[in-house]
Design a protein around this ligand. Sequence first.
Ligand code: PEP
Ligand code: MG
Length: 753
Amino acid sequence: MLDVLRRIIQEVNGARSLEAALATMVRRIRKAMRTDVCSIYLFDAERERLVLMDTLGLHSEAVGQVSMELGEGLVGLVGQREEPLNLEDAPSHPYFRYFAETGEERFSSFLGVPIIHQRRMLGVLVVQQQAMRRFDEGDEAFLITMAAQLAGVLAHAMATGTLTRPAQADGQAMFAGVAASPGMASGELVVLMPPADLNSVPDLIPTDIEAEITRLHEAIANVRKEIGVAAARLVKRISAQEVALFDAYQQMLGDAALGQEVEKRIREGQWAPGALADVVKRHVQYLERVDDNYLRERAADIRDLGRRVLAHLQEDSPRTPDTFPEQTILIGDELSAASLGEVPRDKLVGLVSIRGSSTSHVAILARAMGIPTVLGMVDLPLPRLNGARAILDGHRGRLFVRPDAEREHHYETLIAEEKALSEVLEHEQDRPSETSDGYYMPLMVNTGLAVEAVASLKSRVGGVGLYRTEVPFMMNERFPSEQEQTRLYRDQLESFAPLPVVMRTLDIGGDKDLPYFPIDEANPFLGWRGIRVTLDHPEVLMVQLRAMLRASVGLDNLCILLPMISSIEEVDTALKLIDRAQRELAEEGVKLARPQIGVMIEVPGTLYQLDALAARVDFFSVGSNDLTQYLLAVDRNNPRVASLYDACHPAVLGALSHLAIESRRLQVPASVCGELAGDPAGALLLMGMGFEALSMNAPSLSRVRAAIRRVSLADARTLLDETLALPTTAAVRAHLRQRMGEWKLAHLLPPDD
Ligand code: PEP
Ligand code: MG
């Protein structure tokens, strides 16, 4: 059965339209269950009705015509109760209703199951049988499993609107995701396509078949030209046999060969890149299986040619910095830190990605750069959005594509108000972060990006609370050398001297990959991350430590921070390496003061080893992002569980409060450098707990400072006591909002829905 199930899902997944997907479902399910009828009803949320969308066994004219309210008829009952209904004699059920158009009086047995995606009922899947037949437990389990599996595919197809309502694909549309960096922007969407990779070309229905075919032939002609030029250049240097190979390439690309096959595929309903990928992959697969060395070699040739043609097809509008729209909203399947660098900063106004969530690192970078961002927008029909006008709401996690005039106007007003608020807050940026009762709460900044305007920051902060060294590593094509790192770190230390700069050793793994050091794991956040990687590669860590120490000569403002510590042994080993680096440098004549050394408190286990840690290090820095992820067992990068991820969960606040108390007892300074510190309400709670410094992205400084300056320490402590007594995240958030409102600080929080 599992096999059948898997095959049906695969087929449905491969369908080119919602209609095709539904048709596949009803046909395959009817056959697998050997029943007379299989029908699918989808819930039209606007009309609040279940509509018959496809059937095999009922009258086909009923499709699109028959619909029912929730609770109306047996199908309506399944939809309303969101539970399966299995009846041997359906007409005798009190809810049975006869819909003449379906001709269904002939059927006795009925089995209906709801299709539910992320708690939302999308529709009802029904099988019926003429003869009285009790669908058995196996049938029921099969249909429930089928519906659960199909729910994701259906949700995607329905939400994108691309498949259900092609006419609307060019109209106004709203997509929802996870709010990842605040702010709002209006601009033009630019879809970032991955580099030519035959395996990652999405299937798309061509809107204009002839145009796709023209595009294909142009791309092929370009590759033929390139090959001709290369052959001419090489003709004197290679053998006649090798020259013949170029002729073979030309033939393969000829209209009668590859071109014709791809064209046929386009006419079957696939866009040019997809058609090319299909054809090339089929040939490659075939040739690779052949027991003939010569032909196997040809597989590589065809793949290479395919990639070249694909590169031309994807190069429709090659972007140079000059060709990005003035207001670019960059949108992609998985935007990475590096992809942020592709658009000139002054033109980049927003970011949208299908993957990722609010504390994924691309989100943190976006916040540091002050770019409104929404991630986890799983339902985006990417290629159809290129060039469309859009409004991005980074507070509420929404993207409005081709907005109407009313929405445009509404957002213009909101954007203007936000700008005015930033200008007002900017005025007090040089004032001390001091409460109304005179308590000074040091604010620090998180860095790692070259874009930070260091000069203006220095006078506003108490130093750098977290320099994420992995960011420059991510922008590179290999591990930077000791000299390169020294220059980079010296720059940072010098810019802020004499203020302290906390440099964290390389924290890769999780969702921070280096292109030249890929880590492929099933559970990357629980795997080889942070200190675990660098202790396994002391050669990498030693270079980094030496570079940090060397960079601090004469400045003495370096603090070293160790990420992802989960055991005392890791601290001891890292400390030995720091000693060794210092000794080596001393032998080379470099004289240094010993830097302050701290550990990140971000793995819950460390909360129970604070005494042992305190005996070894000079300070604690709390990574509330990871501490939240690990305490709550919620992947910080997974949009599906994003609503469960909140550092204001009572358990996280309880742990933080405990940590602040313990650090005071142990006389180890503790600060917070996770995102909670940059949330104005979160910052007040952390101040109430007694943390000694709060470190945040530069754009968060103004709101946090404004909040601190308008409350007293006594009020913050009361707020903390009240909050710690609350049992749920929702209650905490509501309470914070209420108090902030009473203190006339609601405007500092992200807007409410
Ligand atoms: C954290 O985990 O809170 C933190 C500051 O580190 P990062 O977000 O880089 O993992
Ligand atoms: Mg962390």
